[in-house]
Structure formats: C-alpha cells, structure tokens
Design a protein around this ligand. Structure first.
Ligand SMILES: C[S@@+](CC[C@H](N)C(=O)[O-])C[C@H]1O[C@@H](n2cnc3c(N)ncnc32)[C@H](O)[C@@H]1O
Length: 248
C-alpha cells in the first residue's frame, strides 16, 4: 500500500468541507463533560495538523505522531505559515515509542485507527495508550463506522471534477476480512495547465463497535463511552463516525 504520499499534498484541499473548528469544539465539549483537566495531549495519526494546529493555538501542549513523512511536511509548512510551533514525530503508531508518561489526553481524530487492520496491533496501541495516560486521563478517538465502510463506501465509486483537481475513488469491500481497499487516482493541474496523474491504494479495516470495545477492555480500559456523528449521544445504526471516549 502506498498511502498518504502524493495524496498528502492534496489532502487539505479535498478535506476543505470538513469543519475542523467544530471538531475541536466537540473534543473540548467531551473533555468538559468528562471533568478531566487537560493540558497535554498526544495526538496519534495527526496528518497535516488539522486538529494539532488549532489545539496548539488554544495553548494545549500537544505532540503529533504520524507515519507519513509527507503529511507531516504539510503540517510543518502550515505551522510555519501560521507561526505555530509544532512538535511532530514520524512514527508508526503500531510501534509507538513515546516516553512521556502521565498524559492528560490521547487523541486520534478522523479514522486513523481504521488503518490498523489487525486486532492484535490495535489492541497493542490501546495498551500503550493505557500505559501512557495518567490516572483518570482521557482517550478520545473516532473511527469510520462499520456501516460507512461496508455500505457507504462499500463497492462504490466516487469521483469529482474540480477546477484544479479531479479524482476517481473506487472501493472494494471484502466482507470476510472486513477490509475496504480504496484505489485512488488523482489528476492535479500543473502550472502549464496540464494535469498530472498519481495513484494510491488505501486499506482500512471496518470494525464493529463491540470489537473495538473488546480490544479496549483487553487493553485495560473499563470506562468506555461511544457517541455518534458529533453528538453527545449513542451512535445509531447508520452513524458514519463513531467516537470512543475512555478513561483510565
Ligand atoms: C484520514 S487521515 C487523518 C489525519 C488527521 N488526523 C486529520 O484529522 O486530518 C489518517 C492519517 O493516519 C495516518 N496513519 C495511518 N496509519 C498510520 C500508522 N500506522 N501510524 C501512524 N499514522 C498512521 C496517515 O498517515 C494519515 O495522516
């Protein structure tokens, strides 16, 4: 799989309809509702810093980790432009190596964990998070739901033809392995007006909520709540994004 290499440089443009200010507000609402003091945050799969940068501006001490050098490069460039000092580390979170403990909060926003396709790897990440958190520390993450990956993406093809960029996105859902393979082809307009094509393949695992809860319990979390689609209410059958809120 080549994931988030060339795609990194068009990611923000393609995500321009995502309301990250509201996302940050939602995270802060969750923190408030759980009565946890949060000053430091470890953010896993931080990508181009769409949550990292606004949270840094809000004076949290935050370190972001991502496996993609290119996504981190974009994050760094944005940080410099906005005069925000970022702490970013290039790492595979399956082999998370972070030695600051007693963390107030660990965050993973926008379905980073769906990229971890084996139960034992995801349980390993959850165990590491449990180890790194302080007592009563909070772990907040979201996944693309089983419903979204199996039915909405499913075996469907998506595409868009914008002025500067066009793409085709074909999905293949394997309901035995619960994996969705995404074949992405992008056409990006260059300075001479011609379009360059590049391709990526992404692989995401569709997890049922109960599977995630079981892995969290195995990793030592007992306090686990689930919310759906940016509401402070339980997810529904057709929620596309499921948030997990856990405390140590
Ligand atoms: C959908 S993007 C989300 C990025 C960012 N959190 C956001 O909200 O825009 C998923 C991110 O997960 C990262 N990722 C996937 N697998 C990873 C792994 N094993 N370790 C670290 N990062 C990973 C990708 O590089 C990508 O930046």
């Amino acid at each position: 799989m080549n994931q988030y290499s060339d795609f990194a440089f068009v990611y923000d443009e393609l995500m321009n309809e995502v309301d990250y200010d509201n996302w940050v507000k939602y995270i802060e609402d969750i923190i408030k509702s759980e009565n946890v003091e949060v000053q430091n945050i470890l953010e896993l799969a931080c990508g181009t810093g769409n949550l990292t940068i606004p949270l840094t501006k809000k004076n949290y001490d935050i370190a972001g980790i991502d496996i993609s050098e290119e996504m981190l490069q974009v994050a760094r460039e944005k940080g410099e432009k906005e005069n925000v000092e970022l702490v970013l580390l290039e790492q595979d979170i399956v082999e998370l190596d972070f030695d600051v403990t007693n963390l107030d909060c660990i965050l993973c926003g926008c379905d980073g964990f769906n990229y971890i396709t084996y139960d034992e790897d995801l349980e390993g990440v959850f165990s590491k998070c449990h180890e790194l958190l302080k007592e009563n520390g909070i772990f907040i993450f979201d996944i693309s739901s089983y419903y979204k990956l199996s039915k909405v993406l499913g075996n469907n093809m998506y595409g868009e033809n914008r002025e500067e960029i066009a793409y085709m996105w074909q999905n293949y859902f394997d309901d035995y392995e619960n994996l969705v393979e995404m074949d992405l082809a992008f056409f990006v307009k260059g300075e001479d007006g011609r379009f360059d094509k590049f391709e990526e393949n992404h692989l995401q695992r569709a997890y049922k909520n109960e599977e995630i809860i079981e892995l969290l319990k195995n990793a030592g979390f007992e306090y686990i709540k689930t919310y759906g689609d940016f509401k402070l209410e339980a997810p529904k059958e057709d929620s596309e994004r499921v948030f997990f809120v856990c405390k140590k």
